[in-house]
Design a protein around this ligand. Structure first.
Ligand SMILES: Cc1cc2nc3c(=O)[nH]c(=O)nc-3n(C[C@H](O)[C@H](O)[C@H](O)COP(=O)(O)OP(=O)(O)OC[C@H]3O[C@@H](n4cnc5c(N)ncnc54)[C@H](O)[C@@H]3O)c2cc1C
Length: 518
C-alpha cells in the first residue's frame, strides 16, 4: 500500500539521533500545517558512545537551522572554536614535523590555484602558512571571530570542539521543549514487521508497540535495525584503515587561564595517533590505534607518556581512561525498505579528520530536502541516498588513507605497512600519479557537496612534502601576477588579523558571561 509518510520513529538518542530529530522537526514541525510527527526512543540501559568532540564548520549551519543560539550552545556544551587540525609527527616523526589542514580554502580558491605560485615564490615556507592566514592564528590560539561578530558569522571559517554528552542533552532539551519531538525513554525489545517486509513498529519494554512509516536507525554501533534486523552487510575496511581501538580520557587544566588551542592536535604514535581537543573546562585526549600492531597496555603507556608531557608523570598515571573498540567500515546500504541508518549504525571509519558528525549532518540534509511523501516516493529516494552516500564513504576512506600513504615514517611496521600497495585503494593510487603532474583540482572531485574538496587534498599533500612537478611555462589561467599579489596580501593579513582577533579563551569567556544579555 502506498502509505503517506507521517510518523517518523527514531531509535537512539546519541548525537546522531538528536541531530536527526532536530533537523526533521525544525523543517516540518515549525510549520503548523505539517502533519509530520517525530518520536525518539532511547534506551535507559544503553549508554551512547560519549566521544566525538570535533565538528566541521557545517555544524554552524545545522545548529542555526535547528534554532539553537550559538552563545547558548557554547555555554551549555562546554564548546570552543576549532579552525582545523594540526598534524604533528606524521611525515617524519622528527622534531618540528607538523602541518596544518585549516578549514579555510587557500586564498582565491576556485578562481586561482596557488600551488605553483607557492613553489616558485616561497618554497622555504610551508604551503598552509603561505596561502592563507589561518594556521598563523591557530599557532597563537586566536579565535576565528571578534566579540561583536554575530552568532554563527565568522572572520575565518570555523567549527567546534564540544562535550558530546552535553551536546546530546542540549539537543534533547531543545527538540522536546521547542520542536515538539516526542521522547520515549524505553528499551527497544524487537522489530515488528509488516507483510511487505517493512518495519511496522518498534516493540518496547514498557510502551508496547510504537508504529510509524519511516524508521531511523540511530542505535550506534549496535545497528539494531539496518544491521541486526535487516542484516545489511557491513563492508569491513580495516585492510585499508588499520585503526580499530581507542583509549579516551579527560585532562584538567593546571589553571583557568591556560590557553585553549583553536585546532585539534593530532600527534602520530607508533601504531596510530593521539587526538588532543581543548574545551573551555578540560582537554579530551585519546589514542586511536590498531590492535594488530600494539596491545592495549602498550597503547595506554604511550598515551600516558604523551599526557605526562603536559601534566607530569605522576598526575598522568592517575588519569582514568576508557577503552573503546570500533569496526572500520560502512553498510552496503543505508536506506533499506522504510528504514534509514544515520550515525554509527551506518558505519564508522576512525576519528581522523572528525568526519562522522559531518556525515550525520549530510544525511540529515538529504533526508530533509528529499523527504519522502509516500512509500512509492521513498523507494526512489532510498536508491538516490544509497548511491550518494556510498560515494561519500569511499571518498572519505581515500582521504583518510592519504595521510598514512604520504608518511615517510619507518619506525614501526604500522607505518610501513600502511604504505604497501595492496592496502591503498586503486583510485587513490591513480590520483597520486596524476598529482605528480598537476595539483588536485575540481576535476578530481566532481559532485556538488564533495565530502572533502580538492583544497583539503592540497593541504595534506603539500603539508606532507608531496611534489607536484612545476610546469616550465606558467599557464595563463594560473594568473601568476594575481597569485603573487595574493601571497603578498596574505602577509599583510597575518599581522592585521593577529592584532584584531581575541584569543580563544577570551572570546569564550565573553560569550559565557553575556549569554543571556542578547
Ligand atoms: C574514538 C572515537 C572518536 C570519535 N571522534 C569523533 C570526532 O571527533 N568527531 C566526530 O564527528 N565524530 C567522532 N566520532 C564518532 C561520533 O562519536 C559518533 O558519530 C556520534 O557520537 C554519533 O553516535 P551515534 O548517535 O550514532 O551512536 P551512540 O552515541 O552510540 O548512540 C546510540 C543510541 O542508541 C540507543 N540504543 C541502543 N540500543 C537501544 C535499544 N535497544 N533501545 C533503544 N535505544 C537504544 C542508546 O541508548 C543511544 O542513545 C568518534 C567515535 C569514536 C569511536
Amino acid at each position: 500500500m502506498n502509505k503517506p509518510i507521517k510518523k517518523i520513529i527514531i531509535v537512539g538518542g546519541g548525537s546522531a539521533g538528536w541531530l536527526t530529530a532536530g533537523c526533521i522537526a525544525a523543517e516540518h514541525l515549525s510549520n503548523s500545517a505539517s502533519s509530520i510527527e517525530v518520536t525518539l526512543i532511547e534506551s535507559p540501559d544503553v549508554k551512547s558512545i560519549g566521544v566525538g568532540e570535533g565538528t566541521w564548520p557545517s555544524m554552524r549551519n545545522t545548529l542555526e537551522k535547528i534554532g539553537i543560539s550559538e552563545k547558548l550552545f557554547i555555554q551549555q556544551c562546554d564548546a570552543s572554536f576549532k579552525q582545523g587540525s594540526k598534524f604533528i609527527g606524521w611525515t617524519t616523526g622528527h622534531k618540528n614535523d607538523f602541518f596544518y589542514h585549516p578549514f579555510m580554502a587557500p586564498d582565491g580558491y576556485g578562481h586561482i590555484n596557488l600551488h605553483q605560485a607557492w613553489q616558485k615564490n616561497q618554497p622555504q615556507s610551508s604551503f598552509s602558512e603561505t596561502i592563507n592566514v589561518q594556521s598563523h592564528l591557530c599557532e597563537k590560539h586566536l579565535a576565528p571571530k571578534q566579540m561583536a561578530t554575530p552568532d554563527y558569522a565568522a572572520v575565518t571559517n570555523y567549527g567546534y570542539h564540544l562535550d558530546a554528552k552535553k551536546f546530546a542533552e542540549l539537543l534533547q532539551k531543545h527538540c522536546t521543549e521547542t520542536l515538539n519531538v516526542k521522547y520515549v525513554i524505553d528499551h527497544m525489545e524487537q522489530v515488528i514487521s509488516a507483510e511487505n517486509g517493512d518495519i511496522a513498529a518498534i516493540n518496547t519494554r514498557n510502551n508496547g508497540n510504537i508504529e510509524g512509516e519511516l524508521f531511523i536507525d540511530c542505535t550506534g554501533s549496535a545497528s539494531l535495525l539496518i544491521g541486526k534486523h535487516f542484516a545489511i552487510p557491513f563492508l569491513d575496511k580495516n585492510d585499508i584503515l588499520f585503526n580499530d581501538r581507542a583509549i579516551a580520557t579527560q585532562i584538567p587544566y593546571p589553571n583557568k587561564a591556560t590557553p585553549i588551542p583553536s585546532t585539534t592536535l593530532s600527534t602520530a604514535q607508533s601504531a596510530g595517533w593521539i587526538w588532543d581537543i581543548a574545551l573551555p573546562s578540560r582537554r579530551g585526549v585519546g589514542y586511536a590505534y590498531s590492535s594488530k600492531y600494539i596491545s592495549d597496555d602498550e597503547a595506554e603507556k604511550e598515551l600516558r607518556t604523551y599526557i605526562a608531557q603536559s601534566i607530569g608523570q605522576q598526575q598522568a598515571e592517575l588519569i582514568e581512561t576508557k577503552n573503546i573498540r570500533f569496526n572500520t567500515g560502512y553498510r552496503e546500504k543505508f536506506w533499506h525498505k522504510n528504514c534509514l541508518a544515520i550515525g554509527m549504525s551506518s558505519g564508522f571509519l576512525e576519528p581522523l579528520e572528525a568526519s562522522a558528525l559531518a556525515m550525520v549532518e549530510l544525511s540529515c540534509n538529504m533526508l530533509v530536502e528529499e523527504f519522502p511523501v509516500d512509500r512509492k516516493h521513498m523507494e526512489i529516494l532510498a536508491q538516490r541516498f544509497n548511491k550518494r552516500f556510498t560515494y561519500r564513504w569511499e571518498r572519505t576512506i581515500e582521504f583518510l588513507k592519504l595521510h598514512y600513504v604520504l608518511s615517510k615514517r619507518t619506525d614501526s611496521p604500522y607505518w610501513l605497512e600502511n604504505k604497501s600497495l595492496e592496502t591503498i585503494p586503486l583510485r587513490l593510487q591513480e590520483l597520486l600519479t596524476l598529482w605528480e603532474y598537476q595539483s588536485p583540482s575540481r576535476y578530481d572531485f566532481i559532485q556538488n557537496e564533495e565530502i572533502f574538496p580538492s583544497a583539503s587534498y592540497q593541504y595534506i599533500l603539500y603539508g606532507m612534502g608531496f611534489t607536484t612537478n612545476l610546469r616550465k611555462l606558467a599557464r595563463k589561467f594560473e594568473h601568476p601576477d594575481v597569485a603573487k599579489k595574493l601571497l603578498h596580501e596574505n602577509k599583510i593579513k597575518i599581522d592585521r588579523y593577529s592584532a584584531g582577533l581575541p584569543n580563544n579563551r577570551e572570546l569564550i569567556d565573553y560569550i559565557c558571561q553575556n549569554v543571556h544579555k542578547h
